[in-house]
Design a protein around this ligand. Structure first.
Ligand code: NAP
Length: 252
């Protein structure tokens, strides 16, 4: 059988001529997004704390530039964006980690920190980056669907997760025409998950394969594909994108 349409024309890379900054680009979701952005023709700048890991990641993906600093250091963050040559198009923030502890046992300072750190971090990046970002580009922050389930042991994590979608929508109005969006993954099979789960990792993967409607585990490459789509599609702002293979609707 022959195709009536003839050969499909090769498409242009979707991020050609654009620059993507990955705050937390040396591992997991950030590293895979750097890789995918490169295949779509972007130049990438990656950051992280560990200079060795950063160097290796930069070589792997052909990063234009790296910078080693803790994103919680506001002066270093501001300096990083000030020193970047030229404008950037997109910024993905994957630095950070969840904190789970029973509410009654949590130190009040840790409660305050856990409740606010994602919002404060997103805002600090927005303040530092917005003057360097081109209109139409997106700031992409990370949330999660796991925290939406109220469950024993999740503690304040669910309340902290709930703050992110309205925060991102409000920020999108304030810094327009730069766009702001939130990615909310479930379990992602990344080095972070491996570190958190230790020798429980294989059992968790097996459980997810059995229970998720998609019948497989989400990888950093899956999240990277979504991140690049949000960068490319200039209709998207103020929105939250779940990527959890249906996990939130199951007991997994
Ligand atoms: N994996 C999951 O199942 C999952 C699910 C929902 C949400 N998320 C969220 O998605 C984000 C990325 O997760 P991932 O699985 O890709 O993690 P990952 O593999 O550990 O990668 C995290 C990256 O961020 C950097 N980083 C971490 N803390 C930093 C800090 N304070 N300052 C600067 N850089 C920092 C890390 O490098 P250095 O350590 O060298 O700094 C690394 O490059 C996290 O915010 C996580 O909470 C993950």
């Amino acid at each position: 059988m022959t195709s009536a349409g003839g050969p499909v024309p090769a498409r242009e890379p979707e991020l050609a001529g654009q620059t993507v900054v990955l705050i937390g680009g040396s591992s997991g979701i950030g590293l895979e997004t750097a890789r995918r952005a490169r295949t779509e023709g972007a130049e990438v700048v990656i950051t992280g704390r560990d200079p060795g890991r950063l160097r290796q990641a930069a070589q792997e993906v052909g990063a234009r530039q790296t910078a080693a600093f803790d994103v919680g250091d506001t002066a270093a963050l501001r300096g990083f964006f000030q020193d970047l040559p030229g404008q950037v198009d997109h910024v993905l923030v994957t630095a950070g980690q969840p904190r789970y502890a029973p509410l009654l046992e949590m130190d009040p300072d840790l409660v305050r920190l856990t409740l606010s750190e994602h919002v404060i971090l997103g805002l600090a990046v927005a303040r530092s980056a917005v003057g360097r970002m081109r209109p139409g580009g997106t700031l992409l922050l990370m949330g999660g669907t796991g925290g939406r389930k109220i469950g024993q042991g999740l503690g304040i994590a669910s309340a902290a997760t709930a703050a992110m979608p309205p925060f991102v929508a409000a920020l999108a109005l304030e810094i327009a025409p730069v766009r702001v969006n939130l990615i909310a993954p479930g379990f992602v099979d990344s080095p972070l998950s491996a570190k958190v789960l230790g020798d429980q990792l294989d059992a968790r993967r097996a459980e997810l394969r059995a229970k998720l409607p998609i019948g497989r585990v989400i990888t950093p490459a899956d999240v990277a594909a979504l991140a690049v789509h949000i960068m490319v599609n200039t209709a998207l702002t103020g929105a939250t994108y779940d990527i959890d293979g249906g996990q939130q609707f199951t007991s997994a």
